[in-house]
Ligand binder design. Structure first.
Ligand code: NAP
Length: 333
């Protein structure tokens, strides 16, 4: 295995436009939430970006994944396609979650290898960690147990890309980089209740409560679980940063590395939205994993990067975006 302790140049984590010049970059899931922000950043560089939709190339189908790579012949792939959503959605269709993500990941790495791609950057998830491993999850903890039962299908299906990346490095010296992302939020998130994650779901509820002058709002769960929340534009930057400077199959946690309880999130959000009514926590609803925060030491060491956007500022921008795009955002599932 290569040396993950090697630090990149001390440039404050700034992106390097020269790295991207004349490169062909395939962004799978490039029309999705994170993917669209990655495509936005790339549009400022002199590279050629290709972001196919699922109806053009269904990446669960190996022949289509291979055709996608053969037709575009990218130098670099950012794999941001996934089938996922919030806790509620995960309970409804766990088999599809497992199958689609597992097969899509395997296909992209195999098709990428066959096409001679120089690097694949995979966007993984903190759901791959064992349930309740401790207060701060280090990359070595990944192998210490089974994921939380609420997300194990999704978490394990994506974790197999770490395994495949390690094996492909050993046998083929194939360069697959795996980033374990914190909980994302920001403009263009999914706000539909069937699929939304916690931040988007809360933003919708609080904005509507404020608009309707509701006296009381009920929040799912006890408010005690702790999560790491990463603003999506920061995430797009770090994914590209990893593409530039990291060449190692050892996964890297990516996030602020700061735990925020759901209660703190709710209080900050109600302040940002200007909601002044009562907030009640419905403890009869499941909380999911107790604590999910990431140890970001390797990220700091190997990527030389840290997020720029505070939770309050990120929420302010997201609420602002949602208010301006509510009708369309509410429809998108
Ligand atoms: N959102 C989060 O909080 C979060 C947290 C941690 C990690 N992540 C990871 O970050 C990445 C992006 O997540 P996201 O929330 O941005 O997802 P998203 O908004 O749901 O977008 C996912 C994209 O994947 C594409 N896709 C799904 N199935 C496909 C298939 N069979 N073939 C081709 N494309 C397919 C979809 O394309 P179409 O639009 O064409 O259908 C969609 O645009 C994923 O790897 C996810 O696991 C997300």
């Amino acid at each position: 295995m290569p040396d993950t302790t090697a630090a990149p140049a001390q440039d404050g984590g700034m992106l390097r436009p020269a790295f991207w010049r004349h490169k062909k970059v395939l962004v799978t899931g490039g029309a999705g939430f994170l993917g669209s922000h990655i495509v936005d950043v790339l549009s400022g560089f002199k590279c050629e970006t290709f972001a196919p939709r699922r109806h053009e190339y269904d990446l669960v189908n190996f022949a289509e994944a291979k055709a996608c790579l053969d037709n575009f012949q990218p130098d670099l792939v950012i794999h941001g396609a996934a089938y996922g959503g919030g806790l509620g959605m995960m309970q409804v269709n766990p088999a599809k979650l497992y199958y689609d993500n597992l097969v899509m990941g395997a296909n992209m790495l195999e098709a990428g290898r066959l096409a001679g791609v120089a690097k694949v950057v995979v966007t993984g998830t903190a759901c791959s960690y064992p349930g309740d491993i401790g207060d701060s999850m280090n990359e070595d903890d990944l192998w210490k147990g089974f994921p939380h039962k609420s997300v194990y299908h999704y978490g394990l299906s994506k974790k197999m890309m770490i395994v495949q990346g390690m094996i492909y490095y050993e046998q083929y010296q194939f360069n697959a980089v795996h980033l374990i992302l914190a909980n994302l939020y920001g403009p263009r998130d999914t706000f539909h209740p069937d699929r939304s994650h916690v931040v988007a779901a809360l933003i919708r509820r609080f904005v509507e409560a404020k608009e309707q002058g509701a006296a009381r709002i009920e929040v799912w769960g006890s408010g005690r679980p702790v999560r790491d929340f990463l603003y999506v534009e920061d995430c797009a930057q770090v994914v590209l940063r990893a593409a530039e400077v990291y060449d190692d199959p050892a996964p890297v946690n990516v996030g602020p590395g700061r735990g925020t309880s759901i209660r703190e999130l709710v209080e900050t959000l109600s302040d940002v939205v200007g909601y002044t009514g009562e907030i009640a926590y419905d403890s009869s609803k499941p909380d999911g994993q107790r604590v999910k925060t990431l140890d970001v030491g390797r990220m700091a060491r190997c990527l030389g990067w840290r997020p720029a956007t505070s939770l309050r500022e990120g929420l302010r921008r997201t609420v602002d975006w949602y208010r301006h795009n509510k009708a369309a955002a509410d429809q998108k599932s």
